[in-house]
Design a protein around this ligand. Structure first.
Ligand code: ATP
Ligand code: MG
Length: 425
């Protein structure tokens, strides 16, 4: 019996990869325009890193982590998200000495043992950023404006929801209010929420059960419990979002699935992917670096889920999903033409063109078919006659137009001539 991929793990085939590349290229370019630098961190980390940062009574840590004991008996986890690893690397490598504010991004796979559904996988990919070293509300706005710009340039629509989760100063009062509220309804809540009503009452707001959510409609609002400093911070976030013309809505029930957030949190939501509507999310985590043994450095970050972006884009832009275009297919007939063609092929590639030829000695008709299949923009036919007459036929495969191109004695000149003609189109 043939071996299949694991459940929730997906092959990304060439036709779809075109969308991935487009999204990644656009996003990287925007990250660079906003002054971000790339960092690459390992996929495996000590389990403790995630338990201590994401929080013990979160969905990720309680149910979703790929954790195993390695050959040395250490508990290892395949990263479920990027922030914890980037912060660990930031501290371990002393990146804070490079400058007061660091802007880092990373792109790669994440692993969560969830129930696979459309837009929800066990291996998925995130593009994520972290800004370390500033607690300014304007940084929050800049980061959200950047996320917004990414969606605009990719050509997708979503709404931005924001909230503030306060700080260690104002959180206890809200926690108490929540506990009081939950006590009166404890019998109506799911098992998870019942447990969390004492261990981590904020978390209940993140529950996926509609029944629980119906109970929380009248829950206390965290925004009404913010201390003066957090309130001012949130006001400034809203004012500067207005200043930049980034549309948003305040959602006081959004708590996010990780414990490390403080103050600003946000989500980018679409209605076009059913229940998997969150395409990106993030927030501020002012205590996290300190908590992991680093200096007192505030931070903020967000992650976008690539699979969901690809799905949205795939629904919209069929044109992008066509196979990549080959600039030229080089058709050769006969031994001598094949040998010359092979050299020419390499020269054209060195000049930056995407070129292929046939190595199997196929017929003219067959080679033309291949050119068609590869969606080649042009073909050149090089055979004995062409070598004798010192000219070849360059055919534009889309318009059908043909032109004779002189086969100059110096091969490099000839390659350059063909390249120029193709680029002129
Ligand atoms: P959700 O509410 O959908 O479970 P989340 O709050 O767990 O999302 P985050 O941890 O904030 O998600 O991750 C940021 C983004 O990564 C999400 O907005 C989503 O686009 C993507 N993402 C998260 N989990 C998955 C998954 N299992 N499969 C595909 N994409 C995912
Ligand atoms: Mg989740």
């Amino acid at each position: 019996m043939s071996i299949k991929a694991l459940k929730g793990f997906k092959d990304i085939l060439p036709d779809e990869v075109i969308l991935w590349q487009f999204i990644e290229k656009t996003t990287r370019d925007i990250f660079h325009r906003y002054g971000f630098e790339e960092i690459k961190v390992p996929i495996l980390e000590k389990t403790d890193l995630f338990v201590r940062t994401i929080g013990e009574s979160t969905d990720i840590v309680e149910k979703e982590m790929y954790t195993f004991v390695d050959r040395n008996g250490s508990s290892i986890t395949m990263r479920p998200e990027g922030t914890a690893s980037v912060i660990r690397a930031y501290i371990e490598n002393g990146l804070y000495v490079r400058g007061s504010v660091q802007r880092l991004y990373t792109i790669g796979p994440m692993f969560r043992h969830e129930r696979p559904q459309k837009g929800r996988l066990r291996q998925f990919h995130q593009m994520s950023v972290e800004v370390l070293g500033s607690n300014s509300a304007r940084i929050d706005t800049e980061v959200m404006a950047m996320a917004w710009q990414i969606l605009q340039e990719i050509g997708l629509q979503a709404s931005l929801e924001i909230n503030s989760l306060g700080c260690p100063e104002c959180r206890p009062a809200f926690k108490e209010a929540m506990q009081g509220f939950l006590q009166g309804r404890i019998g109506h809540l799911c098992d998870d929420c019942q447990r969390r009503s004492t261990t981590n009452p904020l978390r209940v707001l993140d529950c996926k059960s509609e029944h629980c959510q119906a109970q929380y409609v009248t829950a206390p609002s965290i925004i009404e419990h913010l201390c003066g400093a957090c309130r001012r911070h949130f006001e400034e976030v809203k004012q500067t979002l207005d200043l930049l013309g980034v549309p948003y809505a305040v959602n006081a029930k959004m708590v996010r699935g990780l414990d490390y957030y403080t103050r600003t949190t946000f989500e980018l939501i679409t209605t076009e992917l059913g229940a998997q509507g969150a395409i990106g999310a993030g927030g501020r985590y002012d205590g996290l670096v300190r908590q992991l043994g680093g200096p007192e450095v505030p931070g903020i970050g967000f992650a976008m889920g690539m699979e969901r972006l690809v799905m949205l884009l795939g629904q919209k832009k069929d044109g992008l999903a066509t196979r990549s275009v080959l600039d030229l297919f080089l058709v050769t007939l006969g031994e001598e033409a094949y040998a010359k063609g092979f050299v020419l092929l390499q020269m054209l590639r060195s000049l930056g063109l995407r070129v292929m030829m046939d190595h199997e000695g196929r017929s003219l008709k067959n080679q033309m078919k291949q050119a068609d299949k590869q969606n080649a923009g042009f073909t050149v036919i090089l055979g004995e006659n062409e070598l004798a007459n010192r000219e070849v036929l360059l055919k534009d495969m889309h318009s059908g137009a043909q032109q004779l191109v002189e086969l100059t004695p110096v091969f490099e000149d000839w390659a350059a001539l063909i390249a120029t003609k193709i680029r002129q189109q």
